[in-house]
Design a protein around this ligand. Structure first.
Ligand code: PMP
Length: 396
């Protein structure tokens, strides 16, 4: 017999009740089978427009083979943190390949992007080194700033003058951080101008390109490459392996000195087990695919799906974002309406998440559509036809 759970304190029950009454309650969704544009939920098949598997690599045969081979050869666990004895040859090989791809001196690996951001910002920010970031940056950058104990301010989304105002009001130079592609809006930060402003003030710029790497720019090198930037202009670049790479984990690319500094002081790097060697080997294979002809063809297919979607969405009575990335949110405002549209899409066989506060600002609840190279034009047209009908019915 299962032991009975301890009784729940009233404040927890109350908090859950409040979440429900505000249409903000979240639940884990169980998906059967591999991640793909076709998934099954509770025995029903769906066309999915909600994963971040932008290039369709999560279920790629070569990557699956690489993981199986690596597990047989190197085992499944790294066994320790990087600084004890968990840093294996395969980690070093992956770090070297990433550093060479992106033109940075050094790369440090992390098990998740959340930890990478927490590590960098919490180690670099301090009471004497303020942190300034875009209002719509990912939660992990915000949490890193709070953990650092640094004076922390956020500037208006994508607004370079607002960032400059905050930097100029600070007595000391510090860390300026921005997402490359914003995860809930899909737009791209004004990276060139931010890099110039930061450099002119001796602030250190960090870019989180979780959603741009692999998808954008020459050789898939992301939002920096698209903006004509490199290691000489952006001292810290963070990227993740759970999105376009199709696997899991993350990295930070930087100078030799910064890598050494993070190795000494970044607690989320120091006190945690290194990523599995099988994962590291699979990410290395993924990088090979991303840089190959096949990777280029996948990026072209993704770009063509984005173009098709935007051309169809132009007539809808909902706000589209200025996004040319794989993230294409439709802002509908109220939490209830976003949930209702997501449910109506589901009834037509389409999975698409309703995103609500606190993930996005109040009154900007949205349907977050993510496109993949694996979607066919027919898939995108089906999504658009279905949304046409839903918006028509709502307008009646
Ligand atoms: N940064 C951004 C911009 C993200 O969207 C995410 C993931 N949603 C992360 C960091 C965290 O990455 P991970 O999922 O690897 O923890």
């Amino acid at each position: 017999m299962m032991p009975a759970s301890a009784s729940t304190p009233d404040w927890i029950k109350q908090a859950l009740k409040e979440r429900k009454s505000q249409d903000l309650y979240r639940s884990v969704r169980k998906i059967a089978g591999p991640q793909s544009t076709r998934v099954s939920q509770e025995g029903q098949p769906y066309l999915s427009f909600c994963s971040n598997d932008y290039l369709g690599l999560a279920n790629h045969p070569d990557l699956k083979q690489a993981m199986a081979d690596a597990a047989l050869e190197m085992g499944v666990g790294s066994g320790a943190s990087h600084l004890v004895c968990g840093h294996l040859d395969i980690h070093a090989a992956l770090e070297k390949a990433l550093a060479q791809w992106l033109g940075y001196d050094r790369v440090l690996l992390f098990s998740t992007g959340y930890m990478a951001n927490l590590a960098v910002i919490s180690a670099l920010g301090s009471k004497d080194r303020p942190v300034i970031m875009d209002k719509l940056n990912h939660a992990s950058l915000i949490d890193g700033a709070q953990l650092s104990g640094a004076p922390f301010r956020r500037y208006l989304h994508g607004d370079v003058q607002s960032a400059e105002k905050l930097m100029d009001r600070s007595d000391q130079a510090g860390i300026l951080a921005t997402d490359g592609v914003f995860s809930m809006d899909g737009d791209i930060a004004p990276l060139k101008l931010l890099a110039e402003s930061a450099a002119a003030r001796q602030w250190t710029l960090m870019v989180d390109d979780a959603h741009g790497l692999g998808c954008l720019g020459d050789d898939g090198r992301g939002a920096l490459a698209l903006a004509g930037l490199d290691a000489s202009k952006v001292p810290l670049l963070m990227g993740t392996f759970g999105k376009a790479f199709g696997v899991a984990g993350a990295f930070v690319a930087c100078s030799e000195d910064l890598a050494e500094y993070l190795t000494q002081f970044a607690r989320p790097f120091i006190y945690t087990t290194a990523m599995s060697p099988a994962v590291a080997a699979t990410v290395l294979k993924s990088l090979e695919v991303i840089r190959s002809e096949e990777g280029q063809a996948r990026r072209r297919r993704l770009a063509s799906n984005i173009e098709l979607f935007r051309s169809r969405a132009a007539d809808w009575p909902a706000q589209l974002m200025a996004s040319n990335s794989a993230i294409q949110p439709i802002i509908v405002g109220s939490n209830g309406l976003a949930l209702a549209i997501s449910e109506q899409l589901k009834a037509k066989g389409i999975l698409c998440t309703a995103i609500r506060p606190p993930t996005v600002p109040v009154n900007t609840a949205r349907i977050r559509i993510t496109l993949s190279a694996e979607h066919s034009h027919t898939d995108v047209i089906y999504l658009c036809d279905t949304l046409d009908r839903i918006f028509n019915d709502l307008g009646k």
